[in-house]
Design a protein. Structure first.
Length: 635
């Protein structure tokens, strides 16, 4: 078979097989979304079979073969892995019903098949995402086998390889646990929803509309990046994918009007990451959290809306302050589209997003809501000839949705293995006590420890997988300390999301740096500065859940008002500009004022308001004197 050269080199025949497999996966997921899921093991094993086959078809054994001819013998090995993996997963779907009659005992064939599937998942994840997550998974597996030799509380009872494989392969507590179930049900549907939005031109509409509304303002392109990425990021399940798609438009425009490349890359990466915790979809995180907590979807949305709004308000303000400090302008109106023509040409494309929210509010399941939102995208696209999705566009969107879910599917499979190891060894039950003991019973230290674990475990993962992987360990720690369960999950979720812009493995920031042609680590640290509110707010809603909509309307309203003012103060302190430039002393005062205002509490609010008001008056008076014309001296 003759291979073609180029990125992701593969022959025309293989490309067609990829398309058929992707369409088969999409068709299976659409069918089950409408007519109901199969039993857990069947649904998840078929989902994994499609995903692993697509990984071996698309991703070569090493990165260097993505840009050159892929040798036939390596392709043959990939075909062998696909065949054995498919057989092993089909074996599970055909024999799982006999487990009860066998008393749950694994046969020799089950053990061989299960062991191979674990290795296959590790290899697929390595090809897709590098070594970070496979190494974490290997460490968890090693702990399960060897942990009985560890002294003290960290040790556990002996577990042999047969017990490990049986638990991972034949139950829904390990590899085929909740994470893969989430991927096999509604995450896939929402990734496909995003693919349909892209194919219909909705992403391009968001950018044009944001440009038309805000492009002419001071620092307009950066504000466009914030708005458009917030819209698209809440639907997209990947901050990195959002950076790559919207950043290719927004980052060059930011650089064009004078923003530093580092700043431009950071704005896009922070905006794209923020979309992951902005309702209504939160990159599917809202549905996962609701499912894990056993609470209504709307409760999660309510809890997320105030912190998410503060995040984007802070980012928008800091972008404006940077423009003032650097003396930047917006784009001329001649370079920008007009609002009414943009709405006339593509305004109908946002209807499916409103329909999605309406379906969810009416109580439809996330799968049903996502499926009908996909159908709505296709129907609405016919309102205008320029946006019409023909069959080729539909097939392309289905293929893009299937291939776009691979990272999530394999990351969730690995997360399931880790969670299975945690539960089988009993580490999950002991971890809370160990963290609390290490923190000396201090809530602040426990929060810091959980934050660090969330940032580290989330590095290199998609948002959904990062949250699932970290909350299984971090969530119980916080709940045991008396924290509101929703606040505990939101705390972990925030820092799992922020791992994409936190060095050393800040994938979203690195993607933004690649487009902006800036230094990756510098862009990562600039991203942390712009996202400073997101690193602080979780601590505040843990101590005072009023910011996640827990309390009376009066308390919530007053807290939101002071938090908004505090966000402005914090943003100005970070950027070094309020009415005019700020020295370091004033910046530190403003940072303290911002923290005081965001944190609910009358005393801290008064302190923050006095400091912010005083600095505003002082700077306004100073600026007035500095700009006043000099009076001519008497002759």
């Amino acid at each position: 078979m003759k291979e073609t050269k180029g990125p992701g080199a593969r022959s025309a025949a293989v490309a067609q097989i990829v398309r058929v497999a992707a369409l088969g996966m999409a068709a299976f997921q659409i069918y089950t979304a409408q007519f109901g899921l199969y039993s857990a093991l069947v649904q998840r094993s078929i989902h994994l079979a499609f995903a692993s086959a697509l990984v071996f078809l698309i991703f070569p054994i090493t990165k260097r073969y993505r840009k050159q001819t892929y040798p036939w013998f390596l392709r043959l090995i990939d075909w062998g892995l696909i065949a054995v993996g498919t057989v092993a997963l089909i074996h599970l779907t055909l024999t799982y019903k006999t487990l009860a009659s066998r008393g749950g005992e694994a046969s020799p064939m089950d053990l061989w098949m299960g062991g191979f599937i674990i290795l296959l998942v590790l290899e697929c994840t390595r090809r897709l995402m590098g070594w970070a997550l496979p190494l974490i998974t290997i460490a968890a597996l090693s702990y399960t086998i060897l942990g009985d030799r560890v002294p003290g509380l960290w040790g556990h009872f002996p577990i042999d390889i047969e017990q490990l494989i049986s638990y991972q392969y034949l139950t829904t507590e390990g590899l085929f646990g909740i994470p893969l179930g989430v991927s096999a049900s509604f995450i896939f549907v929402f990734i496909m929803f995003g693919a349909f939005l892209v194919s219909s031109g909705t992403g391009e509409f968001f950018i044009k509309f944001a440009n038309a509304v805000a492009g002419h303002f001071r620092g307009g392109p950066a504000k466009v990046a914030v708005v458009s990425s917030a819209f698209f990021g809440t639907i997209s399940g990947s901050a990195v994918a959002n950076v790559v798609s919207t950043g290719s438009f927004t980052i060059p425009l930011m650089k064009k009007i004078g923003y530093r490349p580092v700043f431009a890359g950071a704005v896009e990466s922070v905006s794209s990451t923020g979309g992951q915790f902005m309702p209504p979809v939160m990159g599917a995180g809202a549905f996962i959290m609701a499912d894990m907590l056993g609470v209504p979807y709307l409760d999660v949305c309510k809890a997320a809306i105030i912190p998410g709004s503060l995040y984007f308000l802070a980012l928008f303000w800091m972008v404006h302050m940077e423009a003032l400090k650097a003396g930047l302008r917006g784009l001329s109106r001649d370079e920008l589209p007009k609002v009414l023509p943009v709405l006339k040409a593509g305004g109908h494309l946002i209807l499916p997003a409103f329909l999605l929210v309406w379906f969810l509010v009416m109580g439809y399941s996330p799968m049903k809501s996502g499926l009908w939102a996909i159908i709505a995208v296709w129907v609405v696209s016919f309102f205008k000839k320029t946006t019409r999705m023909g069959w080729r566009a539909v097939i392309s969107a289905m293929e893009r949705g299937a291939t776009g879910c691979l990272e999530v599917a394999l990351a969730c499979a690995c997360a399931g293995i880790v969670i299975g190891c945690v539960t089988q060894t009993g580490l999950g039950l002991k971890f809370s006590g160990l963290v609390v003991e290490a923190a000396g019973g201090s809530l602040v230290l426990s929060l810091v420890f959980v934050m660090a674990a969330s940032l580290v475990l989330g590095m290199g993962l998609t948002t959904s997988a990062a949250y699932i992987l970290t909350v299984i360990l971090g969530g119980p720690v916080l709940i045991e300390l008396g924290i509101h369960p929703l606040a505990a999950h939101m705390f972990v979720f925030y820092f799992a999301c922020l791992s994409t812009i936190t060095p050393p493995v800040a994938l979203a920031a690195f993607a933004g740096a690649a487009i902006a042609d800036s230094r990756p680590f510098s862009t990562g640290f600039e991203s942390m500065r712009l996202a400073s509110v997101a690193y602080l707010v979780p601590y505040f809603f843990v101590y005072s859940p009023v910011l996640i909509w827990t309390g009376s309307l009066g308390q919530i309203g007053f807290s939101v008002l002071t938090a908004v003012v505090g966000t402005v103060a914090l943003g100005s302190g970070m950027m070094g500009y309020l009415v005019g430039r700020l020295n370091w002393g004033f910046r530190i005062l403003l940072l303290a004022a911002g923290l005081g205002l965001i944190k609910p509490g009358l005393t801290t609010d008064i302190f923050g308001a006095v400091v912010l008001g005083g600095l505003c008056l002082y700077q306004a008076r100073f600026e007035k004197r500095a700009t006043a014309p000099l009076e001519s001296s008497p002759t």
